[in-house]
Design a protein around this ligand. Structure first.
Ligand SMILES: CC(C)(COP(=O)([O-])OP(=O)([O-])OC[C@H]1O[C@@H](n2cnc3c(N)ncnc32)[C@H](O)[C@@H]1OP(=O)([O-])[O-])[C@@H](O)C(=O)NCCC(=O)NCCSC(=O)C[C@@](C)(O)CC(=O)[O-]
Ligand SMILES: NC(=O)C1=CN([C@@H]2O[C@H](COP(=O)(O)OP(=O)(O)OC[C@H]3O[C@@H](n4cnc5c(N)ncnc54)[C@H](OP(=O)(O)O)[C@@H]3O)[C@@H](O)[C@H]2O)C=CC1
Length: 410
């Protein structure tokens, strides 16, 4: 073991590489050595980056390489809000980590209006994490032969895939052919794990069977039809991770008292902006800012932040509903997130900050039965996203967006 300055010198002399420092010191000392080197080479001071409170060894073990410290992002909380979900049940506070002033206020306003309206109903309607390897064949005949074999031997692929995990279950395999390329889109129930490591390991095992039994030769375990961390229509249509929907009916008076506009005003803003405007833009997302809530909830609870790409793939609907007694108009509001990838075990959920945030939701760790905690997390995030939509559409409709950000964000 050496001290940080000695280690930094050894890197400077070319004796050690930056990423080898953990083999020569504990993770805190290794991180300090990297900071010292970086500070000297870039003429900076990295005191704040180095001022972290989680165990470096735990983070360096599975969450980060070449660790120098932590990026601290302010965390706020919105809620509580009552959620009547398939898995979520009761009142929830939603932790949100962001640097965008006005965002937490906006979600908080939306959640408080939803709560006053009696809470939101939410359901996970589909669940399947996908991995789609690509294989090479010599032409269409071999492609057809491979697809036929896969379709008639799903049980063999399931046995191979599930031999690598005690939680994951193979739900099905969809085949796609493009000339001499064959894509097999494997979908799994990953229970409470977001599941990307799990399904990649399981699919690799199944690929060995495909290669042994068909003419196909594996090119890449991910062939982009999965489609992971890229905007893709297949995720919007077929779903990936959890497909989750939340809705609420808000009395017209509440819209006027709490959101400063009318149900009709919000509906018109949604139609012209989220639906027509998005269509004209060729957008995959027909929403205002689902990405804001998904990103902030992901950072707070230890999700893979790159999955905001698919997680924000959402459609917001708003319509007026006439109330029988007095003919006044209420607001029906919904959001449907097609491909929200969340977990309450594994990945970044293990880190202490993120684990504490999951504790606020009472959703840390495995659910009972397995999968219920991740379902509940998906439902609560969907309700948060619905709140963000309501509050932002109201601000646009009442022409308050610019002043809100002037007041709270600069
Ligand atoms: C900012 C508000 C909420 C003010 O809204 P308001 O109605 O003027 O505020 P209020 O002082 O009357 O308070 C109403 C409620 O808001 C909440 N609230 C109010 N202030 C706070 C605060 N400081 N901290 C926490 N919560 C707060 C709180 O729930 C409060 O209720 P109460 O608890 O008092 O009964 C409103 O104007 C608003 O929501 N504006 C919209 C802001 C927004 O949604 N920004 C999103 C980011 S925009 C962006 O990134 C994407 C974009 C816009 O480019 C996408 C696109 O193209 O559309
Ligand atoms: N490999 C890749 O291509 C990619 C990886 N990632 C990264 O993958 C990580 C997430 O992968 P993920 O597989 O979720 O996590 P982990 O790799 O951390 O694995 C989670 C494991 O937890 C175990 N487990 C314990 N309890 C449960 C439960 N209740 N439900 C489900 N599993 C349980 C399972 O073990 P067992 O299987 O033995 O049952 C599961 O495989 C993130 O760090 C992400 O950034 C992201 C994108 C792509």
């Amino acid at each position: 073991m050496s001290d940080a300055e000695t280690l930094a010198d050894r890197v400077r002399d070319g004796e050690l590489r930056l990423y080898e420092l953990d083999d020569h010191a504990d993770s805190d000392t290794a991180a300090e050595a990297r900071r010292r080197l970086l500070e000297a080479e870039t003429e900076t001071t990295l005191e704040t980056i180095g001022d972290y409170s989680f165990p470096a060894a735990e983070a360096a073990d599975t969450a980060i390489e070449n660790m120098i410290g932590a990026a601290q992002i302010p965390m706020g909380v919105a809620g509580p809000v009552a959620v009547d979900g398939g898995a979520a049940s009761g009142a929830y506070y939603l932790p949100l980590a962001t640097t965008e002033g006005a965002l937490v206020a906006s979600v908080n306003r939306g959640l408080s209006v939803i709560d006053d309206a009696g809470g939101s109903t939410a359901r996970v309607t589909k669940n399947g994490m996908t991995r789609a390897p690509v294989f090479r064949v010599d032409g269409v005949a071999e492609a057809a032969e491979t697809v036929e074999w896969v379709e008639s031997h799903e049980a063999d692929l399931r046995e191979a895939a599930e031999s690598t995990t005690s939680h994951g279950e193979l739900l099905g395999v969809e085949s796609y052919v493009v000339g001499d390329s064959v894509y097999l889109r494997f979908a799994y129930d990953t229970k409470d794990a977001m599941g990307m490591n799990m399904v990649t390991i399981a699919t690799r095992e199944a690929c060995d069977v495909v290669e042994a039994e068909t003419p196909a030769s594996l090119v890449a375990v991910s062939g982009n039809l999965c489609s992971d961390k890229k905007p893709a229509a297949i995720n919007a249509v077929e779903g990936r991770g959890r497909s989750v929907t939340a809705d609420v009916v808000i009395p017209g008076e509440l819209v006027e008292d709490r959101l400063g506009t009318t149900a009709e005003g919000i509906v018109e803003a949604n139609t012209r902006k989220n639906l027509i405007g998005s269509a004209k833009a060729g957008s995959l997302g027909f929403n205002a800012h689902a990405a804001n809530v998904v990103a902030a909830a992901f950072l707070a609870t230890g999700q893979d932040e790159a999955h905001v790409v698919e997680g924000s793939n959402a459609i917001t609907t708003m319509e007026t509903r006439e109330r029988d007694e007095d003919g006044s108009e209420d607001l029906y509001a919904s959001i449907s997130l097609a491909s929200l990838q969340v977990g309450t075990v594994g990945g970044g959920t293990k880190l202490p900050t993120q684990a504490e945030a999951l504790d606020v939701l009472d959703l840390r760790g495995g659910g009972d039965p397995a999968g219920e905690n991740a379902n509940a997390l998906a439902e609560v995030i969907a309700v948060g996203a619905l709140a963000g939509e309501l509050s932002l559409l109201a601000a646009l409709s009442s022409r308050h967006l610019a002043s809100a950000h002037e007041d709270l964000g600069r």
